[in-house]
Design a protein. Structure first.
Length: 498
């Protein structure tokens, strides 16, 4: 049995807790490794190493830090195939999707390569008589990231890429379901030239999460996961004086107006709803066709499209998607499908009985399609996080607009239309953080920023882009005077710039 250890201070760190988590191969249902689960004391050892390393790393000039990022990018590209294979073997997503996972994270590393320019401060000469005012951005210290199972490469790189580039050191607590790739990333960061202790990986469960949220040397915490846990992370972390960005769940809608290109819409919905077995926070599990004619035609076409989908092992190049991450998650998805039936929605396509020949013990579930879903249903209100698409019919543009706007989640939304005015109005008015116009999965590029609204995000600063730089730095503003001539009287009132 392969054991997956922590990575601390530039080397493998074998814990002594005696606690382990099973790492499955979702394709076969078999346990393929054990991951060590750390104690609070072991987390502290990683933090101490990071704190020691941060002193020198912060004083390293930005250009040299950027060179480490350039080399890290090269090494990731060198090892892309092997990393994707490892990722697929633990998560279950197909190889092409795993490469996409890595590539979208790598785009943030590319953004971090330009950190010298981004860190430049502001300067005002002559703000007052002989007075100049300028600002600088400085690192916070030790930062931490708590990441989910569904993107074990992308989301860690979203977090530690910018944090390390600006001069912090980092503690990564990845999901215990697919922990190998995060360790490989830390090893590659060392190979790229980062000093020991700059990037550390500590595996664990709630014990480690709580230790991160309460540790006095950790200055900022970034989290991605379910909304309930995101709220807990935000409350606990901020109560202990930390900056926290905590991204939660989602129920992204796709609005289909009558003038939309349904050929393209069906293809887009198929990929967005069922790709990666629906295990994406930016998946599109709800489609809202406007008008009965649009809804009826869309339903008919989606049924035909679903019949063409191939579910297979993650290494099968012909498979559109693979298994879900665990047997528990498969059971949860199946339970939601039954709840939908019990609530009165029409189950048009039922994927629960799907079984892949030769891999009957794998965590596979077929695509499912509901029609007649209404906004009062539990399955509409909650995130299913599986290959389930729900049709919620709307009679008008206003009704369609209100559905994502009033939902408890506000991560992403898409509108499909040829009408520029309708698209512009929708983008302006919808109460959701990220909007796609004829783009089914509107994840912003790395030099913009990622973040939802409402219960999809807790905290005031989004991930990556300039917002990410702001999150991982603090601003210092200096007002400088170089007087000449006679000594001035002391100021007993607040000075002005007259």
């Amino acid at each position: 049995m392969r054991d997956i250890a922590h990575f601390v201070n530039g080397q493998t760190f074998v814990g002594t807790s005696g606690r382990f988590g099973d790492v499955f191969n979702p394709n076969t249902g078999e346990v393929q490794a054990r991951v060590q689960l750390a104690t609070a004391a072991e987390l502290d050892a990683a933090v101490q190493a990071a704190a020691k390393a941060q002193i020198g790393w912060a004083t390293t000039n930005p250009q040299r830090r950027a060179r480490v990022m350039f080399e890290f990018k090269r090494l990731i590209e060198r090892d892309m195939n092997s990393l994707a294979e490892i990722l697929s073997s633990e998560h279950g997503k197909v190889i092409a999707d795993s490469k996409g996972d890595i590539q979208r994270g790598l785009e943030v590393i590319e953004f971090a390569c330009g950190i010298p320019h981004i860190l430049k401060g502001e300067y005002t000469e002559g703000a007052g008589p002989g007075i100049d005012v300028y600002s600088m951005r400085q690192p916070l210290g030790v930062c931490a990231g708590i990441t989910p199972f569904n993107f074990p490469a992308m989301i860690p790189m979203w977090m530690f890429g910018i944090s390390i580039a600006v001069g912090n050191t980092f503690i990564l607590k990845p999901s215990e379901k697919d922990p190998t790739v995060p360790v490989k990333l830390a090893e590659l960061m060392m190979e790229a030239g980062a000093p020991e202790g700059v990037l550390n990986v500590v595996h664990g469960d709630k014990t480690v999460v709580d230790a991160i949220l309460t540790h006095p040397l950790i200055r900022a915490v970034s989290f991605v996961g379910s909304s309930d846990i995101a709220h807990y992370v935000y409350q606990t972390g901020t109560a202990h004086g930390k900056r926290v960005q905590a991204m939660g769940g989602a129920k992204n809608h796709g609005i289909v107006l009558p003038d939309a290109d349904l050929d393209q819409v069906v293809k887009d919905l198929s990929g967005a709803a069922f790709g990666s077995a629906g295990e994406r926070c930016m998946a599109l599990p709800v489609v809202v066709p406007v008008g009965k004619a649009t809804a009826d035609e869309l339903r008919e076409r989606m049924v035909a499209e679903i019949e063409t989908l191939q579910v297979g092992v993650s290494s099968d190049p012909a498979a559109h998607y693979g298994p879900v991450v665990s047997s528990q998650h498969r059971a949860k998805i199946a339970d939601y499908i039954q709840i939908g039936v019990d609530e009165g929605a029409e189950l048009v396509v039922d994927g629960r009985d799907f079984s892949l020949q030769g891999f009957e013990k794998g965590f596979f579930i077929g695509p499912s399609l509901f029609d007649g879903v209404t906004k009062g249903m539990k399955t509409y209100q909650e995130e299913i996080f599986g290959p389930v698409l729900q049709i919620v019919r709307a009679e008008s543009f206003e009704e369609a607009l209100s559905l994502p706007s009033e939902h408890q989640y506000g991560n992403g939304v898409a509108i499909f239309t040829r009408n520029g005015r309708a698209a512009r109005e929708f983008a302006s008015r919808v109460n959701v953080g990220m909007v796609g116009i004829n783009v089914p999965i509107p994840v912003p590029v790395a030099y913009h920023t990622f973040g939802g609204w409402k219960r999809s995000a807790f905290g005031d600063t989004n991930q990556h882009g300039v917002e990410g730089v702001k999150f991982y730095t603090k601003v210092k503003t200096i007002t400088a005077r170089w007087p000449e001539g006679e000594v001035e009287d002391s100021a007993f009132v607040i000075p002005t710039m007259k």
